[in-house]
Design a protein around this ligand. Sequence first.
Ligand code: C2E
Ligand code: CA
Ligand code: CA
Ligand code: CA
Length: 269
Amino acid sequence: RAKERGTGVEVFSEALRSRLLRRTDVESGLARAVEAGEIVTHYQPVFEAETLRLSSVEALVRWRRGNVLLLPGEWIAIAEASGQIVGIGEQVLRTACCDQRELGVPVAVNVSARQLAVPSFLAGVERALAECRPGALVLEITESAVIDDVDHARGVLSQVRSMGVRVAMDDFGTGYSSLSALSRLPIDILKIDQAFVRRLHEEEGRAVVSTIVGLGGALGHDVVAEGVETPEQLDVLRELGCGYVQGFLTGRPVALEQLTGRSAHEPQG
Ligand code: C2E
Ligand code: CA
Ligand code: CA
Ligand code: CA
């Protein structure tokens, strides 16, 4: 029994060790990546559902490590925990604002809970606007980013809006915030999470999406469906009156050059 227990402890500490190693590895790698300019911004197009006219783009951060493009899922949680997301987020914001003119449509930038919480957040937005003078900017926030302190979030978002920036509620429907709290937030756009879009072939899935579209309409918000992958999903979204679509069906995230038609040799991701 002692041996078994011993083995158990060993396995546990080994797993913990590799987890800690990986974390510090990512943290120090990220610090170097920011310095070396390995943090790059890709853009995914958003289209009007009915006409498939290009409506806006969403900036999505990537870490180009050698020839490999690391998607945020592999490292952004670690950057959140270490606080590195604040500097990285500022960089993405500035890049997106400065690319906006060339993109020709409004650009949306993701903002994490951590970024929203730092006192210098508004100053950073102001600086990006002043330096790059984008024609239109949207900030995307998640329910989880505002739920901890709805009053603080409301204050920050109101100020953001007074700068002429629109606000999108990202991954809508996946958080646990109450509808009453949500309806009192200054929001312009609802983004339906791809988990719901994936269930559009079921009656219940359609009912949920239809309800969100109705809610968005009632509150005067634009509604964007995320993760649209099939023509069938697009058809149903049009029937339900969803205004905008984003997904692999209509366009993957790509480098600026690929979107604007300039010569490009960047991998997709
Ligand atoms: P998100 O904001 O919900 O972004 C949408 C994600 O869905 C992106 O993943 C996008 O590539 C992916 N996607 C788009 N269309 C489809 C589709 O048709 N099918 C599928 N399966 N996926 C699709 P990505 O780029 O890996 O980003 C993941 C998450 O990382 C984002 O989710 C966002 O929460 C976060 N993130 C990305 N860029 C930033 C950033 O600059 N700052 C912060 N704070 N978070 C970011
Ligand atoms: Ca987003
Ligand atoms: Ca989303
Ligand atoms: Ca998401």
